[in-house]
Design a protein. Structure first.
Length: 600
């Protein structure tokens, strides 16, 4: 099923979904009219107090799509159009107001409805000079306005809700009856949408919204087909998919921010309870904080099962989750869509559609790939926290473009991780010399997934272990361990409060070109060991034994310090360093701390 088709299908299951031709918009003013068209009341329509006052949402006829063009809405609009008043310079405000009057005089001509007749009379006798205190205040400028007969306003019945207005809007919004084609989304004939409604709420996108589907230049004309005729989508289908997508983007229960990708997700199932449960659990897979506030027992059980599988759950949880998992994993179709801004359009970063069972299996594989000992303080770190480790200065806005979407796609589909992830992490490690559990997890995951370096594969030169593996024979892994030992020797000789260690000065060159560094490190360590031996002979013995064990594990007859290490060996270098460095900080009670002394 295509993205648009699945969104159009999701629209039919939205609770309180706006009907075709209507949308929820921010309205700030309600103007009550007398039957003769005079203004009876002007009522601000805000929520909140003071600076926190915001316009309230109201279901109104769907707005037109406009950029630089002049195009008025039906029976409502901002004050520039509806009243000819604006807070700015208003170079074209008069033309906008004239267009608003012209449209309604044309479309409401011949009406017998008292409310619509009162509105026409209002437009004939209104002039922008009437916008003055005390009836009109300056805070109402540029707000969206709706109208109502004063007798209806007291009952919360707006002009566009009157039966005559609804019937008229149904005819007006029905599209060009002559331009009927087979819709590419629904397969049914219908009026074609020339312009699709805007998508709003994409992080970094335009406030007014942007389009997923648009043909706005002559270069896009094909065989004489312009705009929407290039890819015919009916008015009803365009309304359905954009309404569903805008609803998901505005709802934190259906949205995650993964790097620069605004990620929305939804479930499709005949079992409504299972679909809701799947949607509630999904955010917790990639950001545990997203579900902490109101997580139910069912969601917690499902999250634990998705992370660990039945075999690692306690017996009681496994029994509770069996029926739950069967309904969710076998009866739910799941959709995940990543969006990012691209000039005046919205680009698709990734789209995933599959049974929830397949998504769960791919997620568990990701969790297994990322396992490393000792772990970070949160064993299921949010995906954004991993991505920050690829960013300059650790700032989220510096995460490499496209990386988040590519990684998310590979996690969902179970395919290889993007190689740009490996190069980004290695670059950050070389730049700042920081090796933590998060970066080590990323390195191991890439080695396991992309290069087949799973533990216990029978080849000790091609394994990426979870924890310290003294039997590993890969040169990169061994050199990473050796580097950690040399750093330990330095700290033992000079004290833990030294300003900078060999890691801060030499990690980058040691991991890329060992021959240029390790000979000097070896000489320096000999001096440090001599000093340690005078004060703590036992410590010197243990450190020398560790160095000897690592050197003996090197392939016989090979150069222990090669001129260079390839990318995978550099990744193993980082993993070996993390394992060996962390092993030094294990306390007698088994607690593990990182280099700064923080409990991991």
């Amino acid at each position: 099923m295509s993205i648009l088709a699945s969104l159009a299908r999701a629209y039919t299951r939205l609770p309180n979904a706006p009907p075709f031709g209507y949308s929820l918009e921010k309205i700030g003013v309600i103007v009550g009219l007398n039957g003769d068209g005079s203004v009876a009341s002007v009522s601000p329509w805000f929520d909140g107090e003071g600076k926190k006052r915001k316009p309230r949402l109201m279901l109104v006829p769907q707005p037109v799509k406009r950029a630089s063009n002049i195009a008025p809405n039906f029976l409502w609009d901002k004050t520039a159009y509806s009243l000819g008043v604006t807070a700015g310079e208003g170079a074209r405000t008069a033309r906008e107001h004239a267009a608003f009057i012209e449209r309604h005089e044309k479309e409401l001509a011949g009406t017998n409805d008292p409310g619509l007749k009162a509105f026409l009379l209002f437009l004939k006798q209104w002039s922008p000079e009437q916008f003055s205190t005390p009836l009109w205040s300056d805070e109402l400028r540029d707000q969206n306005i709706v109208f109502a007969l004063e007798s209806d306003r007291l009952q919360n019945l707006w002009l566009h809700d009157r039966p005559a207005a609804k019937e008229l809007w149904a005819r007006v919004s029905g599209g060009d009856g002559e331009n009927r084609q087979i819709c590419l989304v629904t397969g049914q004939p219908g009026p074609v949408a020339r312009l699709h409604p805007s998508i709003k709420g994409v992080w970094g996108g335009q406030t007014a919204g942007a389009s997923i589907v648009s043909f706005n230049l002559n270069a896009f004309t094909s065989y004489g087909h312009e705009q929407g005729d290039n890819a015919p989508v009916s008015e009803a289908a365009a309304f359905a998919y954009t309404t569903a997508l805008n609803t998901f983007l505005a709802d934190r229960k259906h949205r995650l921010q993964i790097g620069d990708a605004s990620t929305v997700f939804w479930a499709d199932s005949e079992d409504a309870e299972a679909a809701l449960l799947a949607e509630a659990a999904f955010p917790g897979l990639f950001d545990s904080a997203a579900v902490e506030a109101e997580t139910t027992t069912d969601v917690k059980i499902l999250l634990e099962r998705l992370r660990k599988g039945d075999q690692q759950l306690g017996e009681e949880l496994a029994l509770k989750s069996s029926e739950l998992a069967r309904r969710v994993e076998k009866g739910v179709r799941f959709h995940v869509l990543g969006l990012a801004p691209n000039a005046a359009r919205i680009s698709i970063r990734f789209y995933y559609e599959n049974d929830f069972r397949e998504l769960a299996a791919n997620y568990r594989r990701f969790i297994d790939d990322m396992r490393v000992e000792p772990p970070w303080r949160d064993p299921y770190a949010p995906l954004w926290r991993y991505l920050v480790e690829t960013a300059v200065l650790g700032k989220r806005e510096n995460i490499p473009p496209n990386l988040a979407g590519e990684w998310m796609r590979s996690i969902l589909t179970g395919t290889n991780y993007p190689l740009s992830l490996l190069s980004s992490v290695l670059a950050r490690i070389r730049a700042d010399g920081e090796i933590n559990a998060l970066r080590a997890s990323i390195l191991r995951a890439l080695l396991v997934r992309n290069y087949g370096m799973r533990p216990n594969n029978g080849d000790k030169k091609r394994e990426a272990p979870v924890s310290l593996d003294p039997e590993n024979r890969n040169k990169g892994y061994l050199l990473g361990r050796l580097f950690a030992v040399y750093e330990r020797v330095q700290r033992q000789a000079l004290g833990d409060k030294i300003n900078a260690t060999i890691k801060d000065k030499f990690y980058g060159s040691a991991s890329a070109a060992p021959r240029n560094v390790f000979a000097a490190l070896e000489r320096g360590s000999a001096n440090h060991l001599s000093k340690i031996g005078k004060e703590k002979p036992g410590h010197r013995y243990n450190l020398e034994r560790e160095i000897g064990t690592i050197m003996e594990a090197m392939e016989p007859g090979s150069d222990p310090f090669p001129a260079s290490l390839n990318t995978t060996e550099q990744a193993l270098f980082g993993l070996g360093y993390h394992h060996q460095h962390s092993d030094f900080f294990k306390s007698r009670k088994g607690n593990q701390t990182d280099a700064s002394g923080e409990t991991a």
